[in-house]
Design a protein. Structure first.
Length: 209
């Protein structure tokens, strides 16, 4: 067997130790969120195409009789949908909390996503719309609607999306409440349903301040 000089073995050992101790690349949180949402959307069942009727269909009515209350806030949602913790799904060691979180709910006709984070003293919540609206799949439509609702600074925008072919329309909104900023996004089969959904959701929203 060929013997190597001691100095070669020492250098090789040092190189192995350096490789083991090299810092690992920090994962991009936006990419993680995108992957988690993509997996959620992929689970939405596809709907068998129905021949279009001769007259235009009326918008599908959605009601938000369900009420999700956790992390010291409550938010309305359809009764046949249940929110799950996207943050915990992508990293079980770091689930959603009071300070920050990401939850989602879906069925065959609707996808809803809610995000929040601590931002004491923030009056402009638009930065969280930028975070929840995915530039790879979502496109804002029209102007940003800004208003004051129950002492909360609220922003709203319609969107279109290519995230899933069965839910091409959507909307996103963001608002301040206490020391946190919240953002909400919906994908829907019809553009007419998104605005009323946001209004109804916001009318039932409360947070611990």
């Amino acid at each position: 067997m060929k013997k190597y000089p001691l100095r070669f073995l020492t250098v090789g050992l040092i190189l192995l130790l350096l490789a083991a101790c090299a810092p690992k690349a920090t994962p991009d949180p936006n990419a993680q969120i995108r992957q988690a949402v993509a997996a959620t959307l992929a689970a939405i069942p596809t709907v068998t195409p129905i021949p279009p009727p001769t007259s235009y269909p009326s918008p599908t009515p959605f009601n938000l009789l369900g009420l999700f209350c956790e992390y010291q806030f409550c938010i309305g949602h359809p009764v046949d949908m249940a929110f799950f913790d996207v943050s915990a799904q992508q990293n079980p060691a770091a689930p959603s909390s009071y300070g920050q979180g990401l939850i989602a709910a879906f069925n065959g006709n609707l996808f809803i996503q809610v995000m929040w984070q601590l931002a004491p003293g923030t009056a402009d919540p638009e930065f969280l719309i930028d975070a929840i609206v995915d530039p790879q799949t979502d496109v804002r439509v029209g102007n940003l609607d800004v208003k004051l609702v129950r002492n909360m600074n609220v922003m709203y925008t319609a969107i279109t999306s290519t995230a899933t072919t069965v839910l091409p329309f959507g909307a996103s909104g963001a608002w301040t409440c206490g020391d946190r900023v919240f953002a909400w996004k919906v994908y829907s089969p019809q553009a007419e349903t998104t605005g009323p959904l946001f209004e109804e959701m916001l009318s039932r929203f409360t947070c611990g301040q």
